[in-house]
Design a protein around this ligand. Structure first.
Ligand code: AMP
Ligand code: MG
Length: 320
């Protein structure tokens, strides 16, 4: 029987009994548990096979709940929260002493956001505790953007995927931390860098190894299909190198009409970056399940969400 259901009451009773529920957000599906339950939080790490040095994001229902989670909010963090919450931006701030070390990997800061999904906002409003919710995938595999993806990963481990349909943004939140009260981007994501800079001015990006392994999203190879994947500016050239193989193509808006290609996925025929982002992981799932020899992905334009998509594609194609 399917574990996918819309029953919020069931989710509340499972979560209140220290169990995990996969929840929909506008970014990707999360594997959620009560942040104050040691049992639930341990279960998150165990189920995902996530290393304990990777801290979790706390999900709250409203700006008012922030005071229970963090002890200090810099001026620019307030501006960003006002502008983008609920939404795909996570803030990393000084934590309250009541936040368990397991959540923050022992750090004195905590990552927090208000997700923008009606079902999960309703769930969070009804629960007496916030939820820790990393992406609902085994560590290192592709993040889930549909309830079916989560079911495929975890049907033997959890009792419910709360059904909220397909994720509209489709890639993880943008993570913003603070150093000397100035914003720093720790992970590019579903909220474009330019949108953040429009509110607080120029920000520094520390998206790569400088801050790793604090953040799994920063590991060199993280969002990884099992099929060998190449990222290129020139897809037609790359195809020539793999003649005779079963090739899958992932392009932004181009239709290649190339006979040596087995499968082609165009992420947005209209050339809309948001649409492309929302389909990215699902398309990687699809291609990864077609017994291909190689996947060739086209590099995106280096602005807006294109920059975040390229970040994910680079990690998916990294080879040492
Ligand atoms: P996810 O698996 O998408 O929930 O990723 C959670 C991410 O939040 C981690 O990979 C970190 O990048 C980030 N994060 C959480 N807590 C902290 C923290 N205290 N300091 C820096 N980054 C954090
Ligand atoms: Mg993740």
């Amino acid at each position: 029987m399917s574990i996918i259901s819309k029953d919020i009451k069931k989710a509340i009773s499972l979560l209140s009994a220290d169990k995990l529920v996969a929840i929909p957000t506008e970014t990707v599906y999360g594997l959620a548990g009560n942040i104050y339950s040691k049992k639930a939080i341990n279960l998150i790490f165990e189920t995902k096979k996530r290393p304990f040095f990777n801290p979790l994001i706390v999900h709250i229902p409203s700006p008012d709940a922030l005071k229970n989670i963090v002890s200090y909010v810099p001026e620019k963090a307030k501006l960003l929260a006002d502008a983008f919450w609920p939404g795909s931006m996570t803030l990393v701030l000084k934590k309250q002493s009541t936040i368990p070390d397991l959540i923050t990997a022992g750090k004195d800061t905590v990552a927090v956001r208000i997700p923008n999904h009606p079902v999960t906002l309703e769930l969070l409003k009804q629960l007496p505790f916030p939820l820790a919710a990393p992406s609902a995938n085994p560590f290192g595999s592709i993040s889930p953007t549909k309830p079916e993806h989560v079911e495929r990963y975890f049907k033997n481990n959890i009792e419910q995927v709360l059904d909220g349909g397909a994720c509209t943004n489709g890639i993880e939140s943008t993570i913003v931390g603070f150093e000397n009260n100035e914003p720093i981007i720790y992970r590019l994501g579903a909220l474009a860098l330019e949108d953040i800079e429009a509110v607080v001015g120029k920000v520094t990006i520390k998206n790569k190894k400088e801050v790793s392994p604090d953040a799994p999203g920063m590991l060199e190879r993280h969002y990884a299909p099992l099929t060998k994947t190449f990222l290129t500016d020139d897809v037609s050239e790359e195809i020539k190198k793999h003649r005779g193989k079963r090739i899958g193509i992932l392009t932004f808006k181009k239709d290649l009409k190339n006979d040596s290609v087995t499968t082609q996925i165009i992420l947005s025929k209209k050339g809309n970056l948001q649409e492309a982002a929302s389909k990215l992981y699902e398309s990687m799932h699809d291609l990864d399940h077609q017994n291909l020899d190689v996947i060739i992905a086209e590099k995106f334009p280096g602005f807006g969400l294109g920059k975040s998509i390229n970040d994910r594609l680079k990690r998916a194609t990294y080879s040492s």
